[in-house]
Design a protein around this ligand. Sequence first.
Ligand code: PMV
Length: 313
Amino acid sequence: MTTASAAGKIILLGEHAVVYGRPAIAAPVSDVRAAVEIKTLPIGEGIIIEACDLDRSFRLDESYETDDALPLQTTVRNTLQALAIPAETQNLRLIVRSAVPIARGMGSGTAVATAIVRALAQHLGQHLTARAVSDLVYQTELILHGTPSGIDNTVVAFEQPVYFVKGQQADIFWVGRPITFLIADTGIPSKTRDTVHDVRQRWLADRAEYEAIFDRIGAVVNDAKEALAAGDALMLGRCMDENHRLLCEIGVSCAELDRLVESAKSAGASGAKLSGGGRGGCMIALVDEASRDRVAAALMFAGAHNVMVTTLR
Ligand code: PMV
């Protein structure tokens, strides 16, 4: 039996503006993971993918009406092809379990695909570099999202913070000292596609104003990258606050997110903002040892569905 796992992710800064060519920063959430277990089956059984969270099993060689099977099957097929192993020679059961919440901007599909690639390579005794894993998962992202920027597969495969500009090779970097974030889930599924569409309508109606806001977001992301590299939590917190304010200006926050952001700040977070598409999903708060428990309690009191913690090292 083989097991492998992969982290979830959050966007730290720069969401939406990244669609218009400005930089964004994403980070892995190493404590919230998807895991895949592989067991060898008797000859003739073929390959079976058991998606525990969906309570479904899919055969590699069958087609299904639901959308759930294709990303899983594609990941398995592409990985076997990259490892130069014919699928028909294998008899395997892949058991997929994920703690990454679905549709909250935390990269649940990416984490599952990355864990599948890692588990298969390991089970078949081969090594794939993080870059090769990332490239394979990007092929699955094409099915999951249509036009993925590539930030999710990179941040999850390298499990390091990533500074990303659309169309460019992502820049992986290290933080100056450990930085802890709380991630609070509003419990509202976030439809990134909808918010991205709405921002586009607004941008089309007033390009000059929106380009200026995106420029300001881009500048904040660059300041935040320096703050992360230097381990400067005060500066990073200020950047997050400013980024949230600018995201409110482009209309992608909502009452629930704003309430969580305000309560985190009142309880002592150094910075707080929505993360990802907005109008639901998650928000993030920058905390330290002293404020962590108080901010987590305040977030739950303010209506968070769940509060997770992650430390970047
Ligand atoms: O909700 P998420 O984590 O998938 O983030 C979306 C980020 C956006 O900038 C809003 C969209 C995009 O494609 O970059």
